[in-house]
Design a protein around this ligand. Sequence first.
Ligand SMILES: Cc1cc2nc3c(=O)[nH]c(=O)nc-3n(C[C@H](O)[C@H](O)[C@H](O)COP(=O)(O)OP(=O)(O)OC[C@H]3O[C@@H](n4cnc5c(N)ncnc54)[C@H](O)[C@@H]3O)c2cc1C
Length: 762
Amino acid sequence: MSGADLGHPLQLGIELPVSAADPGAAVRLARRAEELGLDLVVVADGTDDGGALDAWTVLGAVAGATGRVDLATRGLRLDGRPPAVLARAVASLDHLAGGRVTPGLAAGTGGADADDALDALAEGVDVLRGMWAAAEPGPLVHEGRHHRVPGAQRGPAPAHELALWLGATPGSADDGARTLAARVADGWWLPTAGGAEGAQGARARLDAVRREQAALDAALTAAGRDAREVRRGLVLDGASLALDPRAVDATAAPSAPVVDHLAALVLDAGVGTLVLAGADEAALVAFARVGAAVRDRVAAARAARGTRVGTVRSAAVRAARVPGIDYDGIPAALTRTAVEPGDAGYAAVRSTYMRGGRPGLVLRPGDTAEVVEALAYARAQDVPLAIRSGGHGISGRSTNDGGIVLDLSRMSAIEVLDVATRRIRVQPGARWGEVAAALHPYGWALSSGDYGGVGVGGLATAGGIGFLAREHGLTLDHLRAAEVVLADGSVVRASDDENADLFWGVRGAGANLGIVTSFEFEVDEVGDVGFAQLVLDASDTEQFLVDYGATVESAPRDTTAFLIMGPPRGGIVAAQIMAMVDSDDPQTIIERLNPFARIAPLLQQQVQVVPYPAVVSVPQRHTSEGEPVTRSGMAEHLTPELAADAARLVRSGATPFFQIRAAGGAVHDVPADATAYAHRSANFSIVAMGSSRRRIDALWDAMAHHFHGAYLSFETDPRPERLADVFPGPTLERLRELKRRYDPEDVFRHNYSVAEPPAVVP
Ligand SMILES: Cc1cc2nc3c(=O)[nH]c(=O)nc-3n(C[C@H](O)[C@H](O)[C@H](O)COP(=O)(O)OP(=O)(O)OC[C@H]3O[C@@H](n4cnc5c(N)ncnc54)[C@H](O)[C@@H]3O)c2cc1C
């Protein structure tokens, strides 16, 4: 008979009523449970009562009405719910509810078909997990006896690493369900515990639960799993508990026998999740009061016994862990959303847009307090640390091999602070396409870049050269204040009035100084814009580049153009110009674009008047493998000498993507020493992407004398000399002084550290 405390964090919950006679009851009680501090609400399926509401639909309504409690099902049946469809529903609700969903399934029918029903459930579990593995290549194909999925598009992946629970259905073969759970489940709903009242009933229940636990433990051992890998939940009937709600008023102490009994179920019978069924509001209040006493009792006993509290991951997950990371020490607030190499969600988070990675752990804090916890934890590990917002860093330093990634993508709120001053607050994980869409209804926009998938955190701390740059400056020129988590875990506000030196550094070298957890920007009035894509024959590349440079420099500031070129095809070098004119007047747009169209023979043209968000819409997520190879240079003018070398580079075939961005206009209005982005005199930011580091470096180094520095966001050359290109002399000196003060141990060292000497990696 099992008598062990499995050390699972104690969860207290309530099973919600699902009667069609009172459809609002579930939401009412769920809200009350949340107010009372319970952890979980459960909706049970599997009753064949025609008057019962559909469990999944009820859970959706409850999700929308609550914000904190976990949302679980019990006994959800797959007959009538094709698992591929249910997988999408579960993952979708998990997203809508902020990662709170725990599905609990059971076999469909009992009796003579019990084995078949279990087979169907086992297949259903495979299909669900296959659907949730969104980053696996190809569609899901499942040709089973009970479920057929000819080729379903996988995804979405759930918002967190879902725990899948199983349970026995009344009348079905418990042994079979238990054996299946021992093989595949993360949690097990023990058979419902009713029974007699009083001490005798409590003893009988404790014995019955222990017998059940022993049977499950044996099945787990047979399946080669640790007993602590599977949480155990018990649904209790309030009446049989002798939990007389009407006797427990606000002042009376909770009845000691009930507390003793519930604590014994946890401490002596290994139950981690206690759920009260059939409760009305009074019973719920009583249970919450009793529950608080049970929590204290369990915590005290565990402290005295030295019980390690936590959930043990599967042997496969444990086997995929990397050395140097204390996985058992992950702060409790972060465990739910943390992703490690053996997790189903790992494939979706390990790499970035530009670079493949295999981190040992991805932590996904949801607020500033969790960022502080995550940073303290990460600092205590002996592995590299990467900070990620949108994951579009060109150098790919927001992933690593074997280290920790602090991923801020869950912190993506965008809010308007003050309409009169056009002040907004944005969290780092938001994407620029989302920012554009949120601002458009106000007739506003914030200069960002040319790609809606790029994240706020990386771009706004480095520069932000976008389609509004010549008219409105860099993204960081619009920053008015930032909240920064420093290396020592302190949270500070940086602005012109508070920590002004840090504010200076955050605008261009933010990644060196801390983790920015919120940005306050002043945005601009921008309505519909003219957006053009012109393709010209730039086969006379050298002359084309000189003329293009002159055209950009003489264009009014409302016009910002980016040029992309690749190797010659069929003897022709094609130049694609993407230009945005901040005007919705067709005549003005045509006037601005004509000089560009006349530079060389026009092969294609497309001009539209569109809302700004259409220029930077959010694309599908994409990740890469391998190492990115780019070089960056800032130039004041496209001189004939620079144009000649650039033409040679383009013709060499070494760069499939050669880009020149206009970086002048309003960017020049800010003095070079006003921010840590110092390239204020440059009219152009130039980047070449390639596949061979050696080849690109050789060609680029030979033309380096044309450039006055490099843009951090587009540079990937790891040689130390690049630091002085990115941060010219006086800027680097000042940054080093800030680094000594704000990050003396060079915690933030992985993206062009300014420390002297830089700390040894990791
Ligand atoms: C397709 C594409 C288009 C682009 N277009 C433009 C453009 O038009 N204009 C332009 O200026 N740039 C552009 N970039 C470059 C872009 O500015 C940088 O790559 C930027 O770092 C991406 O931000 P992110 O949050 O998505 O990146 P991440 O990969 O998440 O972060 C990049 C780095 O920034 C640092 N960092 C991230 N978040 C924070 C934070 N919250 N606090 C402190 N440091 C942090 C880290 O060091 C991290 O390694 C483009 C990049 C791509 C891939």
